[in-house]
Design a protein around this ligand. Structure first.
Ligand SMILES: Nc1ncnc2c1ncn2[C@@H]1O[C@H](COP(=O)(O)OP(=O)(O)OP(=O)(O)O)[C@@H](O)[C@H]1O
Ligand SMILES: Nc1ccn([C@@H]2O[C@H](COP(=O)(O)O)[C@@H](O)[C@H]2O)c(=O)n1
Length: 209
């Protein structure tokens, strides 16, 4: 039987870590959909396109092959532009089908992002909304960037995450909202292992119901 797991939540909440752990646990393929938007942003940045132009961003969608594993995808600059261009309906529409196809694979899949439970896979078996206090998320992202050799100030990361939360939650196209039938996973005081164990418990509760 097919098992589709939708994992949504704000930036640096740990949803990717949870989603990868669930994919390993259930032997399912995983898609980090944020990478698609980051790849569009990186393509735009390298080509010198204007992030304020929906037309330019749409052009960049067609230039993302080869960028999906680029180390620069992780940078806060790219994340910030991704959050701006992801508000364009034309960009979202152009990326929709490949995400739906991934979710529709025989056997199922795990996808993480902002609109998986609401738009991409509203039929998902289990939907998790992973979150944590913004200060904790900033600490996690700061540690991650520093370890990756991309030094940043903690205060700047905090400002950036707040701006991204605001944009992602208040845009009109597929805003970040918890789906009505999603289960909340609040990880502020949980480590990655505890968060994954709780995620598995929540998925199992949905599979039984
Ligand atoms: N429960 C946790 N406790 C501490 N650190 C965590 C936890 N979960 C994830 N992390 C770490 O926090 C950082 C961000 O996690 P992750 O990439 O999973 O978040 P995300 O929500 O997918 O981020 P983004 O939306 O920006 O892609 C990573 O360095 C990860 O190892
Ligand atoms: N389903 C999604 C996934 C991501 N976005 C936007 O991309 C930005 C970067 O995503 P990360 O998960 O890698 O941080 C994010 O801020 C969103 O604006 C999206 O709109 N929908």
């Amino acid at each position: 039987m097919s098992l589709v797991i939708a994992v949504d939540g704000p930036a640096a909440s740990g949803k990717g870590t949870v989603a990868r752990g669930l994919a390993r646990h259930y032997g399912l393929p995983h898609l980090d959909t944020g990478k698609l938007y980051r790849a569009v942003a990186l393509s735009l940045l390298r080509w010198g396109g204007d992030p304020d132009s929906e037309f330019a961003a749409l052009r960049a969608v067609h230039e993302i092959s080869g960028l999906m594993d680029d180390p620069e995808l992780k940078s806060e600059t790219v994340g910030g532009i991704a959050s701006r261009i992801s508000a364009y309906p034309a960009v979202r529409a152009a990326l929709l089908e490949r995400q739906r196809e991934f979710a529709g694979q025989p056997g199922g899949a795990v996808l993480d992002g902002r609109d998986i439970g609401t738009v991409i896979a509203p039929q998902a078996t289990a939907k998790l909304f992973v979150t944590a206090a913004v200060e904790e998320r900033a600490k996690r992202r700061h540690a991650e960037l520093t370890a990756a050799g991309l030094p940043v100030h903690l205060e700047d990361v905090l400002i950036d995450l707040r701006a991204r939360d605001e944009r992602d939650s208040h845009r009109s196209a597929a805003p970040l909202v918890m789906a009505d039938d999603a289960l909340l996973l609040e990880t502020t005081t949980m480590g990655p292992d505890e968060a994954l164990a709780e995620a598995i418990r929540l998925v199992e509760s949905r599979r039984r119901s």
